[in-house]
Ligand binder design. Structure first.
Ligand SMILES: NC(=O)c1ccc[n+]([C@@H]2O[C@H](COP(=O)([O-])OP(=O)(O)OC[C@H]3O[C@@H](n4cnc5c(N)ncnc54)[C@H](OP(=O)(O)O)[C@@H]3O)[C@@H](O)[C@H]2O)c1
Length: 262
């Protein structure tokens, strides 16, 4: 339902070309925000901007050093920042070249921190950082991805307390969500329990925006995901890591796909 909670505010959403980012952009739009959409694939961003009846589009590769400042400068005034862009790969660490690891570190952590720094400096009203339930434990075959999300969670929670009264900082930790993420990560041969707890991007987006407006610290969408994150606190970390390996199954064979600007 359309509301006006965010009327007059401008929201920059990273990774708005698909999945959770596109769904969050629609949710913010429905609440009256003006959108600035960023990602690499211009055709997807243009299509979403048209669907929303107009939005600013900024094409940028946040996996490259220097791009966060350029995206920020092009975006203009930002009241709401959603750091959603991210990727992972589901492969043994030893099989992946350094370039992809460097891109992951840059996108999932460095650009997120840089945009957050700029948004805090500009006294933005809200910042939403998308982490993952992978933030709660180590994950074999997704070691760097899970570590990057643990970073996002810790960083966001520290800022939430530090910036109380000026900028609201909310961390969202989705579990499995039906998006292009899994195909891009070379994952998806999941156990029944992982498939049973899958949510839609629209569900995650609704929960994320509600959490932001309520100035929540950290929110894990979905009961199954909440239970799994609470459960890992009760078991040894090595057991939680072993369980993650069981639940995620085996990597999909074949080369990892890659996406470029369009
Ligand atoms: N799906 C899940 O199960 C799940 C679970 C937990 C957390 N998450 C997190 O949710 C966030 C959104 O993922 P999703 O599930 O919606 O997957 P997705 O559909 O693959 O979306 C990823 C978004 O990030 C953008 N992106 C990727 N690389 C980029 C780069 N170098 N520069 C700029 N933008 C880039 C993509 O756009 P372009 O390719 O057009 O650049 C796309 O818009 C990610 O942070 C992910 O880690 C997802």
């Amino acid at each position: 339902m359309a509301t006006t909670d965010l009327a007059g505010l401008r929201a920059l959403v990273t990774g708005a070309s698909s999945g959770i980012g596109a769904a969050i952009a629609k949710e913010l739009h429905a609440r009256g925000a003006k959108l600035v959409l960023t990602a690499r694939r211009r055709d997807k961003l243009d299509a979403l901007a048209a669907e929303l009846g107009g939005a600013q589009v900024v094409v940028g590769d946040l996996g490259q050093p220097g791009s966060a400042a350029a995206v920020w400068a092009a975006a203009g005034k930002v009241d709401v920042l959603v750091n959603n862009a991210g990727f992972g790969y589901f492969r043994p660490f030893a099989e992946i070249d350094w370039q992809r690891d460097a891109e992951l570190v840059q996108l999932n952590m460095t650009s997120l921190v840089e945009l957050t720094k700029l948004a805090v400096g500009a006294r933005a009203r809200y910042i939403v950082n998308i982490a993952s339930i992978g933030a709660y434990q180590s994950v074999p075959n997704m070691a760097l991805y899970a570590a990057s999300k643990a970073f996002v969670r810790n960083f966001s929670e520290g800022l939430h307390d530090e910036l109380r009264g000026t900028t609201g900082v909310t961390c969202i930790c989705p579990g499995g969500t039906k998006t292009e993420f899994h195909a891009m990560a070379g994952a998806g041969n999941y156990s029944w329990i992982a498939n049973a707890s899958m949510m839609t991007a629209d569900e995650v987006a609704r929960i994320s925006v509600r959490a932001m407006l309520a100035n929540k610290r950290t929110v894990i969408p979905g009961l199954m995901n909440k239970l799994s994150c609470w459960g890992v606190r009760l078991v040894p970390r090595a057991f939680a890591s072993w369980m993650a390996r069981r639940v995620l199954g085996k990597p999909r064979p074949g080369a990892l796909p890659s996406r470029a600007a369009s």
